[in-house]
Design a binder for this molecule. Sequence first.
Ligand SMILES: Cc1cc2nc3c(=O)[nH]c(=O)nc-3n(C[C@H](O)[C@H](O)[C@H](O)COP(=O)(O)OP(=O)(O)OC[C@H]3O[C@@H](n4cnc5c(N)ncnc54)[C@H](O)[C@@H]3O)c2cc1C
Length: 128
Amino acid sequence: MAHLPGNYRVSQVLRTDRFHIPAKQASRYQTAGVFLGGDAAHVHSPLGARGMNLGIEDAASFARRFGDGMLAGYTDERRPAGHRWIELSERILSTVQSTNRFIQTFRNLAMRTIGAVPALQRQSASRA
Ligand SMILES: Cc1cc2nc3c(=O)[nH]c(=O)nc-3n(C[C@H](O)[C@H](O)[C@H](O)COP(=O)(O)OP(=O)(O)OC[C@H]3O[C@@H](n4cnc5c(N)ncnc54)[C@H](O)[C@@H]3O)c2cc1C
């Protein structure tokens, strides 16, 4: 808690736990008549805020392909998207957790700048 920004004081701890963040992806999203989507297909850190969105996109892709009779291409369409976001969220995580002074300074400056400039905020949101 001492590392959190702001002036907080912990008066009572109700529960402590370890929060483990796996970064994994299924090698295939489909086999025979079984299809994977959402966290069953890809899990990564919450940084980047994409896990749920990716899962919804998987479901939308599955539904569209099911309707069009094109399920064979499901893995080829969705796996690269999952891979891209696992890589990006791992990169964000390592930047957030970095103890390197130079990276910390650059990171904090970049976040402050993006937070203060609406055009950069929009660009960053549209990338997500
Ligand atoms: C702290 C945190 C913050 C996050 N923030 C964001 C965010 O801002 N934006 C975003 O897009 N994503 C975010 N995510 C990711 C998002 O929560 C997940 O990607 C999403 O909930 C995954 O949905 P899912 O349905 O695939 O899996 P789950 O939500 O894990 O659902 C799977 C369900 O299956 C059930 N289940 C498991 N095994 C069995 C079984 N054998 N039989 C029956 N049922 C079973 C489980 O109980 C569960 O209800 C965040 C995740 C965390 C941890």
